[in-house]
Design a protein. Structure first.
Length: 74
């Protein structure tokens, strides 16, 4: 069950992190309500998955679209 939460977190984090200008920290903040009703272990694993998915999604945008990953990079 815990790995499923991590997989859902990585998928959601990548989907939001692909948007230009949104970094991993903002991705976690945007998807924080999703982790509200979970048990503590599931919530932490999903948050970690969201963070790493946001990092991966940001680098995907940088590579494919040749745009900065975060707004601070401009």
């Amino acid at each position: 069950m815990i790995l499923m939460y991590a997989l859902i977190g990585v998928t959601g984090g990548t989907a939001v992190g692909v948007l230009p200008g949104i970094g991993p920290a903002l991705t976690v903040a945007l998807l924080l309500p999703v982790t509200n009703g979970l048990d503590p272990a599931g919530s932490l694993n999903m948050s970690a998955g969201i963070y790493y998915g946001g990092m991966d999604g940001g680098s995907t945008t940088s590579i494919l679209l040749n745009t900065p990953e975060e707004s601070a990079s401009i």
